[in-house]
Every structure is written in C-alpha cells, then in structure tokens.
Design a protein around this ligand. Structure first.
Ligand SMILES: *Cc1c(COP(=O)(O)O)cnc(C)c1O
Length: 455
C-alpha cells in the first residue's frame, strides 16, 4: 500500500484532500463574483468617459470635488490627491519636516513605501517591531528608539487593522513627534469611533486598483492641519500653491508665507497631480464604498465566527468597541503552529489549497530592517550607504533584532477576502480551514511516516 492510499484508508472520506479524501470546497462559478475587485459599474465607466470626452484629464476640478467628499466622509479637514500612495507618503514626510540627517520610526513589516521616502529626503529609518496580534507597530518598541533627530513615527494600519493610537499619540506628543499614518490598507477602518486616516497628524493612502479603495493608480493625503496640507501642496502640486482651492479659498488663508516665494515651482521637484479619470472613478467609488465595506465585514466576520474555537488559527481583527477592519484589505489569519503539533504554515496552507481554496499561502511583507536597501544602497553616490550618509548615528539593525516580526513569516496565512456575504459559500470556505486544523495531527503523522520510509 502506498502512503497515500494508507492515509486515505485511515482518514476515510472525511480526511484531508491532500491525503486523498474529498475536498471540502467544491468548485463554484460564483467565486468569480464573490472575490471580484474592484467593483466597477456603468456609473464608473460613464464618469471616466465624461472626463475623456471633455479633455480634462489633467485638470483639477473633479479631483478637488473628490478630495472634498473623501475628507468629509473620513472626518478630516483637508484632503489632497496624489498620483500614487508612495508620492503621498513622500510629501507627508517632507511636510512633517523630515529632512537631511533626521530619523523616522517605522514598523519593519509593511510595504517599502512606508519607509523608503525617508532615504530620498536624506533621512534614515529606525525600524520597530510589530505586535503579534495587530501586526501593527508595537507601541512598546517606540520610545527607546527616539533620538534628538527623530521627527516622525510612521504608523501602518496593517491589513485593515487600526494601530494602537491610544498608546502611540501620547508618546508622540510627549516627544514632539509627528504621527504619519500609512492608511493604504485601511480606508474606512474605525478605531474607537474615529476613522483611520484621521487619527494621526497626517495620513497618506494608496488608492491603487488592488487596494481596498480602488481608483486605478492614485493616492490621497488627509490632515486636519492646514500647514501640513499646504506643505504637501507646495511639495508636488506647484500649480495649486497659494491659489484658490476648497481649503484655502483665498490667498490670504495661506499659513506658510515662506512657501509663497517659491510659488509656481514644486519644492519637491515632484509632480504629484492625480489624473482626473481616476478622480472621477474615486467619486463614484466613494458613493458605494461604505455599503461595500459593511458587506465585506459581515462576510469575513461570518467566516471567523464559524472558525471560533478551532485550534491553530485566530482572526486578525480588532476587538474594541466602535472599531472595524474597514475594507479588510489583505485579509489575514494568525497561525499558531504549536497548537497543531508544530505543523508548518507552509504545509497547513498546502493542505488548505488541496481542499479547494485557491490562493492560501503564508504571506507577509518582507522584513525591511534586514533588507540590503536599508543597509547598503548608496542612493546619492556619497560613497557610503544612504542610511548612514547624513545621520549622527547608525540605526541599522541586523537579523535577530526585531524578534516578533522575524518569526511572523510562519504565523500569518491568507484567508479569503470575501466581497459579498454569501453565507452558504463562506461556510464551505470555513469548513476547508477547519478540516485542515482538525486533521493536522494525522497530516503530521503521515508526513513523519513518509519521511521515515524515505530515510
Ligand atoms: C500600496 C502601499 C503603498 C504605496 O502605494 P502606491 O499607490 O502603490 O504607491 C504604501 N504603503 C502601503 C502599506 C501599501 O500597501
């Protein structure tokens, strides 16, 4: 008997598909709709066509309308669109005074654009560890990193999960630091009654097609602080510096007179204007977004409630009143191999895929603190790494320095990013994950037996 047929005999039809049993999840054509994103309707298409036909792709009239509507929805005073999220983060850092020789603090597990713009501004990054439950910056790993040149803390609301603002904001205030939210994953996420993107001093978010709030390619900066808003305008929106906009309707309201001297040229040598086809799509998307994310939350909460008490797998979601995971971008599960006899996340996901779940894998952004870019790259030709070219101290950190983040790769797995609350189908998905967790020990034993036979 081969080990596969032995395993099949041992586990029967209720065993794992990876061992030859029936998969938990039969294929379904409905999955196309269940996961499709972005949701584009005839109204989105018409809005884009209107811009094309009017020839106003490079104007700002529609973009300013979108900015006003987005700011109102999020509960922020000012919004400024950018050509992508990376540009928004760069402008936000510059607006906060991040410059040559300065430092920012940023979690090591995030997309690179949360951190890299600091190097472009001549600053460096002191990477902090993450919290194993929120996957956001660990508030306990911030204060000891603050030095005389620290200017800002970049806080990422990771995979839709709000960071711990009740701990982070007082720390920042105590040390006179700005808090920059990278809200690229968390448009619409609530933290104790306030929306992410309105919690720090300034926020920048990607509005790229694959993200929770999709407009094609684009970004948006939000802030309550008119000075930070104006500095972002000055950095990459030269044509809007000091001119009438929704927020400084007359020139007299410009708060930073110094910037007006350079009116007409961008301080950042950057052109961050959003094209208006994307802005037009943004306006249409915004009308449906609140309802769409309520449905996503219902669906993913349903999935997690079905897995309540299943060993090895916990939801990555916020457990506070008046809080939510927004559009639940990048939905993740927290995997605990110890509860499953040490079954690796790799092997767990392989078994889940065999049950019929397409893209299940252990996934997380790469660690930035050990990446060569932040250790060796000489961006400006100084003959030394940019990370240490300007600063008074070397804040680079090698392997072994951020222990939680470094062991997280085997502890975070994909879960389905449902867009609709299809109860029957979600039950089948949950059954696939539950089945693997409940049969994990059989899989481990079969793997050990196969290894023994091979060795
Ligand atoms: C996508 C993303 C960005 C960058 O946004 P772009 O629009 O792709 O430039 C920045 N930070 C995080 C966390 C992201 O996921």
């Amino acid at each position: 008997m081969t080990s596969t047929t032995a395993a099949r005999a041992a586990t029967g039809a209720k065993g794992l598909a990876i061992q030859g049993a029936e998969p938990a999840l039969p294929p379904s054509e409905g999955d196309e709709r269940l996961f499709h994103w972005p949701i584009v309707t005839a109204e989105d298409e018409q809005a884009v066509l209107d811009v094309m036909r009017a020839g106003t792709m490079s104007g700002t009239s529609i973009t300013k309308q979108f900015e006003a509507e987005y700011a109102t929805w999020q509960g922020s005073r000012h919004a400024l669109c950018t050509c992508n999220g990376t540009a928004g983060l760069t402008a936000a850092m510059w607006a906060c005074g991040v410059g040559v020789g300065d430092e920012i603090i940023c979690p090591t597990i995030t997309y690179w654009a949360s951190a890299s713009p600091a190097l472009m501004l001549g600053a460096t990054v002191n990477f902090a560890d993450i919290d194993a439950k929120t996957l956001c910056i660990d508030p306990n790993d911030i204060e000891h990193r603050i030095g005389p040149r620290t200017r800002a803390i970049v806080v990422v609301n990771y995979a839709g999960h709000p960071a711990d603002y009740d701990r982070i904001m007082p720390l920042a205030r105590k040390h006179g630091l700005k808090v920059i939210e990278d809200n690229s994953h968390a448009q619409g996420s609530m933290y104790k009654g306030k929306m992410c993107g309105s919690l720090g001093d300034i926020a920048a978010a990607s509005l790229m097609a694959g993200k929770a709030f999709p407009i094609g390619e684009g970004g948006i900066i939000t802030t309550d602080d008119p000075k930070l808003y104006e500095r972002c305008v000055a950095f990459g929106h030269y044509e809007r510096t000091g001119v009438a906009s929704n927020y400084n309707p007359v020139d007299q309201q410009v708060h930073d007179e110094g910037l007006l001297r350079f009116k007409g040229l961008p301080m950042g040598a950057a052109k961050h204007r959003l094209n208006q086809m994307c802005a037009a799509m943004g306006r249409v998307q915004l009308k449906s977004y609140p309802a769409r994310i309520v449905e996503i939350q219902k669906a993913i909460n349903r999935f997690w409630d079905l897995l309540d008490g299943v060993p090895g797998l916990r939801p990555h979601r916020i457990d506070e009143p008046n809080s939510s995971m927004g559009g639940w971008y990048f939905a993740r599960g927290l995997y605990t191999p110890e509860e499953l006899g040490g079954l690796s996340a790799e092997r767990f996901c392989e078994a889940v895929r065999a049950e019929g779940v397409k893209d299940c894998a252990p996934v997380l952004n790469r660690l930035l603190h050990t990446h060569a870019y932040f250790h060796e790259a000489d961006v400006f030709g100084h003959g030394k790494p940019t990370a240490v070219a300007f600063g008074q101290r070397d804040v680079r950190q090698g392997p072994g320095t951020l222990p939680v983040a470094e062991q997280m790769a085997g502890r975070v797995v994909d879960v389905p990013w449902f867009k609709h609350d299809d109860a029957a189908r979600i039950e089948q998905y949950a059954a696939a994950y539950r089945k693997v967790a409940e049969h994990a020990h059989e899989l481990l034993e079969a793997d050990k037996a196969a290894q023994g036979a091979a060795g």
